[in-house]
Design a protein around this ligand. Structure first.
Ligand code: AMP
Length: 398
C-alpha cells in the first residue's frame, strides 16, 4: 500500500508518497508560493526533478497539481489516485484533545479548528491541506499525526508555567512541546540500537535543526521538553531567541517603538544565531564565518552549544540519571563541530565522548560517538518524521 504524507504550511505544501511494503519514498515534492504569484511545484518522481510552474490560488489547486504529478505519464509513479491507500497529515497542535494520532472525521476537524488559535501560523494551514485532500479524495482514509502528542505524557510540574492557574484552566496556557514525532522516533531507534527496552532507559534527545528542541525521554515517555506554549521557547535556534526574560518584550517595545506583534516577530525571525552573529541562520554559514575569524559567529556558536548543554544537564537532573544522548535533525546529524562543542565538559555526567568517531561519522545511519567504555552512550540518529506519519497512518487504518 502507498501512503501519501502531507505537511501543509500557510504558503507551502510538502509531500512524500511512501510504499509501505518497503517503506521507501517513491515520490516527493514541494509546492511553494501557494496563494501568491509565481507558485511552483518541484516534484521528484520518476527521472529528473520536474519543476512545474502553475497558478496555485489555494491549497485545493496545490493538491490537484500534486495528484496530477503523481499520476503523470512522464514523471508520475502511480496509475490512478486509487493507488493511494491513505493520507497522513502532519498537524502541528493537538492542544489537550488528542494524545495520539487519529483518523480524521468531521469531529476531529472541528476540534482542530477549535484549537487553531494556539498555533495560528500552522494549524489553519494544516486544516486547509486536509480539506483540500478530502475534496479530491473523499473516500480515502486520512489520519492526523500531531507534533504535540508525544509530549502529552509530561507531568503538570513540567508543563505548567508558574503563573496563575486560571491561565491554564481558562486559557490553555501551558507547555505543549513540538517535534514530538521526531523525538519519539529517534528515542525508539536509540533503544533498538542499544539493544535495551526503552522502558529501562533515560534518554535526552536533541533535535537540532533550523528549529531546535530538547526532550527528556524517561522509559519511552516524554517527561519534559524545551519548546513551550509555542516553538519560540527553549534553546536558541536559527532565527528564534529561545528562552528569554518576558520583561525584555515590553522593554524592547518601549525603546524601539515596535508593537507587541512586531516584537514577537523580532524574537521569532531576527534573533537566535542569526541575531547574535549577524551572519545568518544556517550553521554552515556560521562555521564558514568562524573559519574567517568572525568573532560574532564564534559567539553565536558558543552560545548555542552552551544552552543546549544546559538543557542536557537539566534533563539528566530531572530524570535522576542519563543513559543516552541523541543528536538528530540538520545540525545534530551533520555538524560534527557543533556536537563536539556541546559535548565538551560533559564527562561529569558519565559521558566519554569519542572525538574521532564524531569527526569521522557515517551519515544516514545510527552512529555511536561515545567511547566503548562510556557509561552514557552518545548517538547520532537520523530522524524521519514523514516515515513516522506514514507508519501511524498505516496502523490506524489497520
Ligand atoms: P532541519 O531544520 O532539520 O532541516 O535543519 C536545517 C539546518 O541544518 C540548516 O539550516 C543548517 O543550519 C543545518 N545543516 C544542514 N546540513 C548541515 C551541515 N552539513 N553542516 C552543518 N549544518 C548543517
Amino acid at each position: 500500500m502507498n501512503i501519501l504524507v502531507i505537511n501543509a504550511g500557510s504558503s507551502s505544501l510538502k509531500y512524500q508518497l511512501i510504499d509501505m511494503e518497503t517503506e521507501g519514498v517513491i515520490a516527493k515534492g514541494l509546492c511553494e508560493r501557494i496563494g501568491t504569484a509565481g507558485s511552483v511545484l518541484r516534484h521528484k518522481g520518476k527521472g529528473e526533478e520536474a519543476v512545474i510552474s502553475a497558478p496555485m490560488p489555494d491549497h485545493n489547486a496545490a493538491i490537484e497539481l500534486v495528484l496530477n504529478a503523481l499520476t503523470d505519464k512522464n514523471h508520475g509513479v502511480i496509475q490512478t489516485m486509487g493507488d493511494i491507500g491513505a493520507v497522513g497529515h502532519r498537524v502541528v497542535h493537538s492542544a489537550e484533545d488528542f494524545d495520539r494520532s487519529v483518523l480524521i472525521d468531521d469531529r476531529v476537524l472541528a476540534v482542530c479548528e477549535k484549537n487553531a488559535d494556539l498555533a495560528p501560523l500552522h494549524v489553519p494551514a494544516n486544516i486547509m491541506g486536509i480539506r483540500a485532500c478530502k475534496k479530491v479524495m473523499p473516500r480515502t482514509p486520512m489520519a492526523a499525526v500531531f507534533d504535540t502528542a508525544f509530549h502529552s505524557t509530561m507531568p503538570p510540574r513540567a508543563f505548567l508555567y508558574a503563573i496563575p492557574y486560571e491561565a491554564y484552566t481558562d486559557l490553555k496556557v501551558r507547555r505543549y512541546g513540538f517535534h514530538g514525532t521526531s523525538h519519539m522516533y529517534v528515542a525508539r531507534l536509540a533503544a533498538a540500537h542499544l539493544n535495551k527496552p526503552i522502558e529501562a532507559l533515560k534518554i535526552v534527545t536533541c533535535h537540532l535543526g533550523n528549529g531546535s528542541s530538547i526532550t527528556a525521554v524517561d522509559g519511552g515517555k516524554s517527561v519534559d521538553t524545551s519548546m513551550g506554549f509555542t516553538p519560540l521557547e527553549g534553546v536558541p535556534m536559527g532565527t528564534r531567541s529561545g528562552d528569554i526574560d518576558p520583561a525584555v518584550v515590553e522593554y524592547l517595545a518601549a525603546k524601539t517603538g515596535m508593537t507587541l506583534p512586531e516584537t514577537i516577530n523580532y524574537l521569532n525571525k531576527k534573533s537566535g544565531v542569526l541575531g547574535v552573529s549577524g551572519v545568518g541562520s544556517d550553521f554552515r554559514d556560521l562555521s564558514a564565518a568562524e573559519k574567517d575569524g568572525n568573532i560574532r559567529a564564534v559567539l553565536a556558536l558558543d552560545l548555542f552549544a552552551y544552552r543546549v548543554k544546559k538543557y542536557i544537564g537539566a534533563y539528566a537532573a530531572a530524570m535522576n540519571g542519563l543513559d543516552c544522548v541523541v543528536f538528530t535533525a540538520g545540525v545534530g546529524e551533520n555538524d560534527a563541530a557543533m556536537r563536539g562543542r556541546i559535548m565538551s565538559g560533559t564527562d561529569f555526567l558519565g559521558i566519554a565522548f569519542d572525538a574521532d568517531a564524531n569527526r569521522n561519522f557515517t551519515r544516514g545511519t545510527v552512529f555511536e560517538i561515545s567511547q566503548k567504555s562510556s557509561r552514557v552512550k552518545v548517538l547520532i540518529v537520523p530522524t524521519n518524521e514523514e516515515l513516522v506519519i506514514a507508519r501511524e497512518t498505516k496502523s490506524l487504518i489497520g
